[in-house]
Design a binder for this molecule. Structure first.
Ligand code: NDP
Ligand code: X2W
Length: 337
């Protein structure tokens, strides 16, 4: 049976990608698009790319209205604003995929330290599932609230989790050097993302303080079975979309390139969206797809894993559709490439 789906924050970049993906989904009808804009703009005014594809207006929507018009909601709002909305949606027994970071960190104190705000819905943290299907497929299937992972964490966790779990790399001294296209910052304008600021320029940001660090720590600690504290440094690259993470670690014992690659290949052999590749991948190899490409090497006694995703698809809206498919019992790959 098809599902009625609403998208909150539909005017943003992840909202646009979700609409594009869901228009191709045979089991979905998009019935409501949320905004704070009182003028109720038509979706084709907000996203001219969708002209002729969807006849719907964006509108401010209450949880009551959403409960009448939808079965599932994708929440594409900024942190904190998202949890305020999700709390009400859950009261109305809607299924939710939250693209913000509000339900990713299991410890409320860690969230409040790194995000600098009081968690609006901390009581619900234990019932949310971290939405990385490659790790939590069965839990996602049984969940009504999925916390879609961060874009950088998706790239780093898929690269490092299996190697830590297999004991092939040391939990100490992991370094993650990541680069993102500018759409990672969303459509809401910010000075550093203004064209003359970021074009023809490279910038490290959030150095030692980026909020994806504790998210990566949380998941890699689980993989290693002991505390992991990574050094994660993101960089802004003057391109529209894509993330490349180069992850450095210390190999354990005499593990070599073949050992790392064999572990990744075995882990992801049956995964529909993770490919272990021989040559170093580029962001263009996965652009506009829900795929992650990985490769690993041991060089001069150091291990490195290179991971690429499209931040807006596998790093956000594609992963959200993958999670939605699992929650609703649809084929996991529906509407995704
Ligand atoms: N961009 C990316 O690559 C990724 C983004 N994410 C996360 O997904 C979520 C959406 O991101 P993205 O689409 O890029 O963001 P955008 O800034 O592009 O869109 C967010 C939308 O939310 C609405 N909004 C903004 N501020 C508020 C507020 N205070 N209260 C309610 N609504 C608000 C705005 O819509 P309007 O003005 O119409 O109300 C805006 O268009 C964020 O939590 C982001 O961190 C996650 C992974 C990757
Ligand atoms: C280039 C850029 O700005 N990227 C964003 C991360 C992408 C994202 O939105 O992730 P969350 O869902 O965790 O917010 C940033 O560094 O904040």
């Amino acid at each position: 049976m098809s599902k009625r789906v609403a998208i909150l924050g539909a005017s943003g970049y992840t909202g646009l990608e979700l609409i594009r993906l869901l228009l191709r989904h045979p089991e979905v009808e998009i019935t409501a698009l949320g905004t704070r804009q009182e003028e109720n703009p038509h979706v084709s005014e907000v996203h001219p790319q969708l002209t002729g594809q969807l006849d719907l207006r964006l509108e401010p929507l209450t949880a009551e209205q959403l409960a009448e018009r939808a079965d599932s909601v994708f929440c594409c709002l900024p942190h904190a604003a998202s949890a305020e909305a999700v709390a009400q949606l859950m009261e109305h027994e809607l299924d939710v995929v939250d693209l913000s970071a509000d339900y990713r960190l299991r410890d409320k104190d860690v969230y409040e330290k790194w995000y600098g705000v009081t968690h609006p819905d901390a009581g619900r943290l234990p019932s949310a599932v971290y939405g990385l299907p490659e790790l939590y497929r069965n839990q996602i299937k049984a969940s009504h609230l999925v916390a879609n992972p961060g874009c950088y964490p998706t790239s780093a966790i898929l690269a490092l989790y299996p190697l830590l779990k297999a004991g092939l790399i040391s939990p100490a001294g992991i370094n993650i050097d990541s680069k993102s296209g500018v759409s990672g910052g969303g459509r809401t304008p910010k000075p550093a993302f203004h064209y003359p600021e970021c074009n023809e320029s490279l910038m490290a940001y959030g150095v030692g303080a980026h909020r994806h660090m504790p998210e990566i720590d949380q998941m890699l600690t689980e993989a290693a079975g002991e505390s992991v504290e990574v050094l994660f440094t993101p960089h802004l690259v003057p391109m529209d979309r894509g993330i490349l993470s180069t992850c450095y670690a210390t190999p354990v014992g005499d593990v070599d390139t073949e050992g790392l690659m064999a572990c990744l290949r075995e882990t992801y052999a049956d995964e529909p969206f993770v490919d272990v590749v021989d040559k170093p991948p580029t962001t263009k190899h996965v652009a506009f797809t829900n795929r992650c490409h990985l490769t690993a090497r041991v060089v001069r006694g150091r291990a490195l894993v290179i991971s690429v995703i499209d931040n807006l698809i596998k790093g956000a809206s594609g992963a959200a559709v993958q999670n939605f498919n699992l929650m609703q019992g649809y084929k996991e790959t529906t509407a995704l490439i």
